[in-house]
Design a protein around this ligand. Structure first.
Ligand SMILES: N[C@@H](CCC(=O)N[C@@H](CS)C(=O)NCC(=O)O)C(=O)O
Length: 202
């Protein structure tokens, strides 16, 4: 398998999940500003949406959309800790979190990274993110992870999204449960290895 990624981007979540399951894979770096792959190829010829992550299987099949890529990796590995079995309520809870994170958190961050978005819009998005992440913080009270134990694909995703707060100066002070979660997840060997492989401080 091959994971198309950009350092520290949302693709870090499936990258972590690949390492959590001990998958055999290679990484191919994409510049998400120029949409060029590390060998100079036009990324749009590989991923028409122009976005990471894309997981390429050995038969050439390509899978996009981070939460779906994470589901695929966990299911293929039969890892019911990362993603509980099909049909279970526990699985729905993890997917419920993934959907919330992708639609409410991830896509509220995205315009903040866009250089054409004006300051007023960015401030409004930061206020929305602060409110939503404050609610996430309440959900982590008394729990090691979003659904308790164990660590799941939703936790990998939340971890990555929350690492974006400091670079955009999103003030999350006071969200102590979220900060404790970030510290805990950062210690996982798979997370440290994924960060190192992406050239991020581990
Ligand atoms: N819906 C996609 C969104 C992926 C996404 O936003 N990727 C960003 C990096 S975090 C990206 O590739 N941005 C470059 C672009 O949109 O051109 C998913 O969930 O995988």
């Amino acid at each position: 398998m091959r994971l198309y990624y950009a350092p520290g981007a949302c693709s870090l979540a499936p990258h972590i999940v690949l390492r959590e399951v001990g998958a055999n894979f290679t990484l191919t770096r994409v510049n998400t500003a120029t949409h060029r792959v590390e060998d100079g190829a036009d990324y749009y010829t590989i991923a028409p949406k122009g976005q990471v992550p894309v997981l390429e299987l050995d038969d050439g099949t390509r899978i996009s959309e981070g939460p779906v890529v994470c589901q695929f990796i966990a299911d293929q590995a039969g890892d019911t800790a990362l993603l509980p079995a099909y049909g279970s309520l526990a699985r729905l809870r993890v997917l419920e979190w993934c959907n919330y994170l992708t639609s409410e958190i991830h896509k509220s961050f995205t315009p903040i990274f866009h250089r054409h978005v004006d300051t007023a819009a960015i401030d409004a998005l930061k206020t929305i993110l602060q409110r939503k992440l404050a609610w996430v913080d309440t959900q982590l009270q008394g729990r090691a992870h979003l659904t308790g134990e164990p660590f799941t694909i939703a936790d990998a995703y939340l971890y990555v999204l929350a690492t974006w707060a400091p670079p955009v100066e999103l003030d999350l002070s006071g969200l102590e449960h979220l900060h404790a979660f970030q510290r805990r997840v950062a210690e996982r060997p798979a997370v440290r290895a994924a960060r190192r492989a992406e050239g991020l401080p581990a």
